[in-house]
Design a protein around this ligand. Structure first.
Ligand code: SF4
Length: 493
């Protein structure tokens, strides 16, 4: 028996489907980020049900025996309930669960709820196999819909407007166009599953549309660095790999663009590169006091605060600020982390305006992010509009010397990200993140999101420890910026 998700796995790669069926022990445990995505998806699915009130939910079986689900679905169909949530059908060796099934005058409409903001190709495959099974069952399916979050919906007040939160896309015609090919695809998958483990070369399909859970099993140990480590190499890496060029030593100068070939040459020869004169000019353009600023943000799937939208970008909830008032002055540190008990945005804006004062260069690493966060705050906090807007022209980007190639070390691996640059300049730097549960931006965002959704409990030791780690993590980022600045200064002199 195939499930809808297994069918979609099989479309990505037959071997992936085979391994899921025959070697499930190779599947790594679900990590916290993935689990958080699943949880958000479940909440969104339940919210969508509210748009079809009075329905009956088919309970998911604890023992994975789906017969009771199939029977309950038939009962609800016969009772003529206004909607069935998680309706189960099985036909042609495939089991599908429909998020929301709605009886209409002419037959049945099926709604698939997705937590993305647009319909993706694999959503259509997913809806197509549902339509196929429903039709094979003999049901009069009229319409197939995919429901996504509406990226243009802005929350007003405290509650969500569900009519506005969701966008309903009619995908019936697209789904019908895929029907003719499904029987052959199903037959091929079933035959493959009866056979021994299929041979399948690795390729770009291993990460598209999903990062395959069997990469550690299938992929050979690659040399370090390999063609996959070349910055911004994209699909070209696969062309090189398929041509037998995996290690950087395997490459010819004509294999790559000038910039990438330069990266390879520097890596192979271990060449550092500095341009002290240009660095000096750039550094002379900075005005004391120097403010080193870094924001941490959240992107909640469902808007948490008024005037925010699904997956609201540039929503700052925390910052770290180091201030160097004069070249030899002692470093000062300020920080902010929302307590999430109330709408904190004005408080955050006021603190920023006060601490960043009226003069001096504000250094960010990849400034467009920090500036976008400030622009969002300007929209949300009209009381602080002038003070916040006055900060924008004072920004300078600490990534520029690396992006412009005025400073390069092979240990940067061709990346300008602060997470590559800092350890390359200070090889012991990674030790400073050790012992923290928050070791990267993704973990910080996930931790902040869980605090934002559940609140920060001042009496919970767990919450207080998390808060401490978040503050330490963000502080390390601005401290890294200060040290990078000092290193650039040293090289330029
Ligand atoms: S890692 Fe690639 S080849 Fe292996 S099962 Fe996954 S998608 Fe298929």
């Amino acid at each position: 028996m195939l499930s809808k998700s297994k069918y979609v796995s099989g479309l990505q790669c037959h071997k992936r489907l085979w391994l899921q069926k025959h070697k499930p022990q190779l599947i790594p445990p679900t990590d916290a980020n993935t689990q958080a995505r699943y949880d958000a998806g479940n909440i969104i699915g339940e919210l969508a049900q509210n748009l079809f009130p009075g329905g009956k939910e088919v309970a998911f079986p604890a023992d994975r025996d789906f017969s009771p689900m199939l029977e309950a679905t038939q009962d609800y169909l016969e009772q003529g309930v206004p909607a069935i949530y998680e309706a189960a059908f099985q036909e042609a060796g495939v089991l599908v669960l429909c998020d929301i099934l709605v009886p209409t005058k002419g037959g049945l409409d099926c709604y698939e709820v997705k937590s993305s903001t647009k319909v993706k190709d694999y959503h259509l495959e997913d809806a197509s196999i549902q339509y196929y099974v429903l039709k094979e069952t003999g049901l009069p399916v009229q319409k197939m819909y995919v429901m996504t979050l509406n990226p243009n919906y802005y929350k007003e007040g405290e509650s969500l407007d569900l009519e506005q939160l969701f966008t309903i896309h009619d995908v019936t015609d697209k789904v019908k166009a895929k029907q003719a090919a499904i029987p052959d695809k199903l037959e091929a998958m079933k035959a493959m599953l009866r056979d021994s483990e299929p041979q399948q070369a690795i390729g770009s399909h291993c990460t598209n549309p999903f990062a395959c859970e069997f990469i550690n099993y299938c992929w050979p140990k690659l040399p370090q660095p390999s063609v996959f480590d070349i910055p911004r190499i994209g699909k070209k890496a696969w062309q090189l790999y398929e041509a037998g060029k995996v290690a950087l030593e395997d490459l010819e100068p004509t294999d790559l663009s000038t910039k990438k070939a330069q990266y390879v040459e520097r890596q192979l020869k271990g060449l550092d590169h500095y341009e002290p004169e240009v660095l000096k000019q750039w550094l002379e353009g900075l005005e004391f006091p120097l403010y080193f600023l870094d924001f941490e943000t959240i992107m909640p799937a469902l808007p948490l605060y008024p005037e925010t939208r699904p997956y609201q970008p540039h929503f700052a909830v925390q910052y770290s600020l180091h201030i160097l008032r004069e070249p030899k002055a002692e470093l000062e540190h300020f920080e902010y982390l929302a307590n999430f008990e109330h709408d904190f945005r004005l408080e955050l804006a006021q603190n920023l305006v006060q601490q960043l004062a009226k003069e001096g260069t504000i250094l960010a690493y990849n400034q467009s992010f920090e500036m976008s966060c400030l622009k969002r705050l300007i929209e949300w906090c009209p009381e602080q509009k002038d003070g916040l807007a006055a900060l924008l022209p004072r920004f300078k980007d600490l990534i520029v010397p690396f992006r412009k190639d005025w400073y390069y070390k092979p240990a940067m691996g061709g990346s300008n990200s602060i997470k590559s640059v800092y350890p390359a300049l200070f090889p012991n730097a990674e030790q400073s993140y050790q012992g923290l549960r928050i070791a990267d931006g993704g973990a910080a965002m996930q931790a902040l999101l869980s605090l934002a959704e559940q609140g920060l409990d001042p009496h919970s030791m767990e919450d207080q420890a998390l808060k401490k780690d978040l503050l330490s993590y963000c502080q390390l980022d601005t401290l890294a910026m200060v040290e990078i600045y000092k290193e650039l200064l040293a090289v330029s002199e």
